[in-house]
Design a protein around this ligand. Structure first.
Ligand code: GTP
Length: 745
């Protein structure tokens, strides 16, 4: 149940992960597109604003230059008229008339001369005459400017916009002082200009229809503008759309419209341009729209696609959950079955196994998957003991014939060597589910064993006193008898099904078992001593007699082994043999064993180039030891002598006690006579050393006769005689020495 939930949760989690990923990537792409578009639009707007500002500033500058030139022109006329006034009124009037036809012909202007009282003494205004009641200029700024400070230098003064008393129109006076011959102020000369002429200059600077050019005077009052309906002369600019106070020039955006302004340095005018940028704006709005379209269309497409994808995913998820639920259900049923189930692909490769299959076969599920179910590597036997090859396995039969196979009994040998009997069925799987084979099998070992047991004359076996074990042809135990249980300590249940020999003591090498098996194969029988081990760990030496049992066809069907415990018997035999061949007192080999070994050594030496050395040793004056200290001390001395002699030679040499105080050393593998001399020197020296026996210090010595085979004799008797002789020669020569036998003796 838990697994099932986990499966569904897994699908749900995967599904919501997929949804999240899709939404995440869609949002990311949308954000990226919109960011790119917004950046582009912003950059466009910035660029446009910059270009609009630059444009406005350039127009203002151009107009500034035109205006300055215009003012300079007016001033030049004023200066000319200033000069003419001194020539008399008639001359002055004539000059004015000439100017009107000449450089001032394009302008609607008036020329007035005002005396020191403020009376207008000369006026030349088209369509106007000097009024009967003379007008007073007192209070007009251009008059007051010079009158209040008569010494003011000869400079141009531009008055503020004022309503003409003659025409009622707004005018701008340009004035200069008039002086008499003495240089005293005699009046003021005014050139009164209808200021709309000043903005006509805008025509020179490429103004656009909607560009608003406004000229302000020093008080911020509108002097004139290209759009008098919006900016009436004498009015003030309202709101934010006016130059920043204290700044003589600047450019800024007001209500998404560029406004540039500049105050003239030399004249009391400020130029304001409210630029029309509608054409550019329209164009850039179109570009922006195309950007938005570019970003918006794919976006809409993407949103639609994502919506479809999510819907599809939801449906798929539902279907998958349903499928997973049914698959989980099926899988848990299969896994809970007591029968082993294996599924393979069309080539017999194992794709899936259930828990029971793994348990029955004794192989981990992970290990089984990927193996071939039709391989020759499986150790499978038929009920008759014959081997079942890969091509005869049920999966192979199904794959070859396409037909189901039912109730095939086979013995399967597990990796641990034990054998299990299986009742197997297999059937082909439909191509829609991927093809392959579905195998199922159950463990029928108990039934099969009892069948086999019954067929093996169990009564006789059971009754036998000897331990009996019967195996199938693969070497797996199919039955044991009570004597076996007693001998090895394993119950029938523990032993049956395991490989025979699982109770080995591992005291024999591979070669031993190889010889056993080849004997069984060649002669159908083997017997001999084998070290096995009881369940409690104690090693047992048994006499094993193993026979092959063949079926009617002559094929190996079973092996039968009989075991007899010979551990005790062997021990007794060994003890008896030891007693017969060794000296009881010193435990050294006795004459019998010595003769035996000498015989063998001579036989070996005869075949090779090596020699055999013999040292006959007789203790000197041993009898007095016995006589003086007693037999026990004599015995103790003999034991110590045996020890010293044994310590002098290699393990392959033999030290034997022949009788009484007579010892012999048999040296094999001798190459030169010097090898023997070295040992003889050692013997004499070792036995001349004092002995400590039962708190008694004894000093004796030995006489040694030395012979060499083949130098001093070709057989045992000749050698022994020669050695004996040599030994007596040593005694005769004064004892405590060795004498080498004479050659040819
Ligand atoms: N303690 C003891 N003495 C033994 C044993 N077998 C023999 N003997 C004694 O060993 C002595 C052998 O003496 P001999 O070799 O004849 O005389 P010896 O005193 O050694 O004189 P030389 O050989 O001429 O130097 C005898 O007295 C035996 O009784 C034994 O097993 N134990």
């Amino acid at each position: 149940m838990k697994k099932k939930l986990q499966g569904e949760q897994g699908i749900a989690a995967r599904e919501s992960r997929s949804r999240l990923m899709i939404v995440f990537f869609t949002v990311a792409i949308m954000v990226a597109i919109w960011a790119a578009v917004a950046t582009q639009i912003h950059l466009n707007r910035v660029r446009q604003a910059e270009s609009e500002e630059a444009d406005a500033v350039a127009k203002v500058r151009a107009y500034e230059q035109a205006l300055a030139r215009q003012v300079e022109l007016f001033d030049a006329q004023l200066q000319a008229l200033q000069h003419e006034w001194q020539e008399g009124p008639a001359m002055f009037a004539q000059t004015v008339a000439e100017l009107r036809k000449g450089s001032l012909r394009h302008y609607e202007i008036s020329v007035a001369v005002i005396d020191l009282e403020g009376r207008m003494v000369f006026l030349d205004a088209p369509g106007s005459t000097v009024p009967a009641k003379p007008l007073s200029a007192v209070g007009r700024d251009y008059f007051d400017y010079f009158i209040q400070a008569p010494s003011r230098s000869n400079q141009l003064f531009i008055g503020e916009l004022v309503a003409s008393r003659l025409s009622g129109r707004m005018v701008t006076p340009f004035a200069r002082p008039l002086r008499d011959e003495n240089g005293h102020l005699s009046g003021v000369l005014a050139l009164v200009v209808y200021p709309e002429y000043l903005v006509r200059l805008g025509g020179f600077i490429d103004l656009e229809e909607a560009d608003r050019l406004i000229l302000l005077d020093r008080n911020g009052q509108v002097v004139t503008s290209t759009h008098p309906e919006l900016f009436a002369p004498g009015s003030h600019l309202s709101g934010a759309a006016k130059p920043r106070e204290g700044q003589s020039k600047g450019v800024m955006l007001v209500d998404d419209q560029v406004m540039a302004w500049k105050s003239l340095r030399d004249y009391p005018f400020t130029i304001v341009l409210q630029a029309s940028n509608s054409a550019d704006r329209r164009h850039s709005r179109e570009i922006e729209r195309s950007y938005l379209l570019f970003a918006g269309l794919p976006l809409l497409g993407m949103l639609a696609f994502v919506a479809l994808l999510l819907r599809d995913l939801g449906q798929r998820g539902q279907a998958l959950r349903k499928l997973a639920r049914s698959e989980l259900l099926a899988a848990s049923v299969v896994n809970a079955m007591a029968e082993g189930v294996i599924r393979t692909d069309g080539a017999g490769i194992i794709l899936d196994v259930n828990a029971a299959a793994s348990t029955i076969l004794g192989i981990e599920r992970e290990f089984l998957i990927g193996l071939s179910a039709v391989s020759d590597d499986w150790l499978v036997i038929k009920p008759d003991g014959g081997e079942c090859l890969g091509a005869d396995l049920p999966a192979s039969l199904v794959l070859r014939t396409g037909k189901p196979q039912k109730d095939i009994t086979l013995g399967f040998v597990r990796p641990d060597g034990s054998r299990v009997w299986l009742n197997t069925s297999a059937r082909p799987l439909a191509a829609e589910v991927g093809g392959g084979v579905l195998m199922s099998f159950s463990d029928v070992t108990r039934v099969m064993d009892s069948v086999l047991e019954a067929s093996l004359g169990s009564a006789v076996v059971q009754a036998m006193a000897q331990a009996v074990v019967v195996t199938d042809r693969s070497g797996c135990i199919v039955r044991i008898n009570p004597a076996f249980e007693e001998l090895y300590g394993y119950t029938r249940r523990e032993a049956v099904g395991r490989p025979a020999g699982f109770y080995r003591a591992d005291r024999h090498d591979r070669e031993f078992y190889r010889r056993m098996w080849s004997s069984l194969a060649e002669r159908g029988h083997w017997e001999g001593e084998v070290w096995n081990r009881h369940r409690n760990g104690v090693a047992l030496l048994v006499w094993a007699a193993i026979s092959v049992v063949r079926d009617e066809a002559g094929q190996v069907a079973h092996y039968v082994a009989l075991y007899q415990d010979i551990t005790e018997k062997k021990r007794t035999e060994e003890e008896m043999w030891f007693g017969a061949n060794h000296d009881v007192l010193t435990q050294l080999p006795n004459r019998r064993l010595f003769n035996d070994r000498l015989d063998k050594a001579l036989a070996v030496a005869e075949r090779g180039a090596e020699k055999v050395g013999l040292l006959f040793i007789d203790l000197d004056h041993f009898k007095p030891v016995n006589d003086t200290y007693g037999h026990a001390v004599g015995d103790g001395l003999l034991v110590q002598v045996a020890g010293r002699l044994t310590a002098l030679v290699r393990g392959s040499d033999t030290v034997a006690r022949l009788a009484g105080d007579e010892f012999v050393i048999l040296l094999t593998g001798v190459v030169t006579i010097d090898d023997v001399r070295r040992v003889a020197d050692g013997v004499v020296a070792a036995l001349a050393q004092p002995f400590e026996v039962e708190a008694t210090t004894l000093e004796i010595s030995a006489s040694v006769g030395v012979v060499l085979f083949p130098d001093h004799g070709h057989n045992l008797d000749a050698l022994v005689r020669a050695a004996d002789r040599a030994m007596y020669q040593a005694k005769a020569a004064g004892r405590n020495r060795y004498v080498m036998a004479e050659t040819g003796s």
